[in-house]
Design a protein around this ligand. Structure first.
Ligand SMILES: NC(=O)C1=CN([C@@H]2O[C@H](COP(=O)(O)OP(=O)(O)OC[C@H]3O[C@@H](n4cnc5c(N)ncnc54)[C@H](O)[C@@H]3O)[C@@H](O)[C@H]2O)[C@@H](O)CC1
Ligand SMILES: Nc1ncnc2c1ncn2[C@@H]1O[C@H](COP(=O)(O)OP(=O)(O)O)[C@@H](O)[C@H]1O
Ligand SMILES: [K+]
Length: 503
């Protein structure tokens, strides 16, 4: 699904009108047709509240379409002065058709009380300042008199800023928001969910692929995830699903390595090996399917010859969770990224998380070794160390900062958190799954395991991160229906079942 702000909407509009030569009034008609599809045919008693821009124009167009289906339709016109052209045309048609139009604010209470469905087209992407006066009063009335009614918003609940999600003084509280072409960036803001209600994105007669040069941001949907799926050949063997080498966990943090390994195995990697201290036996108990590569941490170099062979046999190497920032950890990290290609001549894909990112922040020359073959999966604090921006600065402008960072170092980036973003420096994908009930230790390790597993199964790193983040959050969202807290172990136990459902 395309993602965009107000400017994107204007660009798409202008492309459709000026390049594709679709008259704007046709776009408005298409928007209205798509909108009306979502209205229950049993509903019969509508009040449409219209502003004077194109959002109001959509309102008049929807009104006459419902009217032509013999529905009981009334319109409240907020202003018929300085209407946009297409708004005026549709307003005139409504008048000519004999739809009842009301103008006086004194009548609005009664109209609201009498109707069963309110459709509001007051402001959409054109809202440009704090809402005051008459407009404020009208929105207040809609929110106050909404008992036992369904409130539909056209494009955006009037009052929400489509770019930032900020409430511009006041906003309609909607039950259903039917928005056009793009999922609005402003909808990502977490504390406006109860203003948006259910969100539906509808088409206005444009082919999504033909406008992809205008939009390079996407909001993940199950259809997108499914479209990435690579079918498993019936005659395949474990070697076909990736040899994944994991360097995670150290004394006090062996759990991290175990979680990465287990989620890697449970999400389908062919062969998983964990580099771990020779005295750590917990891996065999927690994930008997995984292999261990025991190292003597007292004398790191003595393991390197055997390790080289292991590296050159790998398709993917995941590094970071729970390894600490010691000199020894750094030495192993450096060794693991020292070969670009494996015995098969393919790039060895790298998944770097947690302490690998912290080590990278302090040893920036290592960026040269990881370029063009890695994904970094920081949370905002780790990303702050990598970029030098404060977490506040990142949160304010995370799309741009993430994209620039990815371009600069030629890496893929997954920035974790609510609305996790994934970028290759050109496109940005925003995850639509996940919830605060999964915010607990080990969750990131679990994600690393899923991503390196998918990378082993021949998904490229960008796809692995996209699918991984979506699945990880999706499992948590589904589990939330029956439990309050979701730990990494819960995700691991359920991921395969959800892969089955989605693929
Ligand atoms: N490509 C698309 O996505 C399409 C968009 N369409 C509709 O067009 C809408 C955008 O239309 P417009 O650009 O005309 O904008 P709007 O209709 O959202 O609002 C603009 C009008 O409101 C006024 N206004 C803005 N802020 C105000 C405030 N705080 N107080 C009082 N008045 C204020 C402006 O002066 C202008 O008259 C979209 O939201 C959508 O509903 C559809 O017609 C179909 C095509
Ligand atoms: N409020 C939230 N909404 C969506 N996802 C969340 C939320 N809180 C945490 N997550 C997800 O949980 C994971 C936590 O990762 P991370 O911070 O690295 O945890 P840890 O280091 O403990 O393993 C990330 O994938 C993140 O996107
Ligand atoms: K609206």
């Amino acid at each position: 699904m395309l993602l965009g702000g107000n400017e994107t909407t204007r660009k798409i509009d202008s492309f459709a009108i000026n390049e594709l030569k679709i008259p704007s009034i046709v776009l408005m008609e298409n928007a209205a047709i798509s909108f009306v599809k979502h209205i229950d045919d049993n509903e019969d008693n509508f009040l449409i509240i219209c502003g004077k821009g194109n959002n109001g124009g959509d309102g008049y167009t929807i009104a006459r379409q419902l009217f032509s289906k013999n529905k009981n339709v009334k319109i409240f016109c907020i202003s018929n002065e300085n209407m946009s052209h297409d708004c005026f045309v549709n307003y005139e048609i409504c008048k000519n058709m004999g739809i009842e139009i009301f103008y006086k604010i004194e009548e609005l209470d009664r109209l609201l009380l009498e109707c069963d469905v309110v459709i509001e087209g007051i402001f959409g992407t054109g809202l440009n300042s704090e809402i005051k006066g008459k407009y404020h009063e009208i929105i207040e009335k809609i929110n106050f008199l909404n008992k036992n009614k369904i409130i539909y918003s056209i494009d955006i609940p009037s009052g929400i800023n489509g770019d930032t999600g900020e409430i511009m003084g006041i906003s309609v509280k909607s039950d259903i928001t039917i928005s056009f072409v793009t999922y609005k960036k402003g909808f990502l803001k977490s504390d406006i969910k109860n203003y948006l209600g259910k969100v539906v994105i509808e088409n206005i007669g444009l082919n999504e692929n033909k406008i992809s040069h205008i939009v390079n941001e996407y909001y993940l949907t199950p259809e997108m995830i499914k479209s990435f799926h690579i079918k498993r050949n019936e005659n395949s063997h474990k070697g076909d699903f990736g040899k994944v080498l994991i360097f995670a966990g150290s004394s006090g943090f062996y759990g991290a390595g175990n979680i990465v390994a287990k989620s890697c195995m449970r999400s389908g990697a062919g062969l998983t090996t964990v580099i771990t201290d020779k005295n750590n036996f917990s891996l065999n108990v927690f994930v008997p399917e995984a292999m261990s590569f025991p190292v003597n941490f007292e004398n790191i170099e003595e393991n390197f010859e055997k390790l080289e062979n292991k590296i050159l046999n790998s398709d993917v190497i995941a590094i970071g969770p729970g390894i600490g920032k010691s000199h020894k950890a750094l030495k192993i990290f450096e060794k693991l990224i020292s070969f670009e290609k494996n015995y098969k001549g393919n790039n060895i894909k790298l998944v770097l998380d947690a302490d690998a990112l912290n080590l990278l922040s302090e040893n920036r020359e290592l960026f040269e070794k990881i370029k063009n073959r890695s994904i970094l999966t920081p949370h905002v604090v780790e990303f702050s160390r990598l970029t030098g921006f404060s977490p506040e600065e990142i949160n304010k402008d995370k799309f741009e900062i993430a994209k620039e960072f990815s371009q600069k170092y030629r890496i893929n980036l997954l920035l974790k958190g609510e609305n996790t973003i994934i970028t290759n420096g050109e496109k940005i994908f925003v995850n639509s799954t996940g919830n605060s009930h999964m915010a607990n230790g080990g969750m990131g390790d679990c994600l690393t395991g899923i991503i390196c597993s998918l990378a082993g199964q021949k998904y490229d790193l960008l796809e692995s991160a996209i699918i991984g983040a979506y699945l990880h959050g999706k499992v948590a969202d589904e589990l939330l229906k029956k439990q309050y807290i979701i730990n990494a172990t819960h995700i691991i136990e359920n991921i395969s079942g959800f892969m089955n459902k989605i693929f």
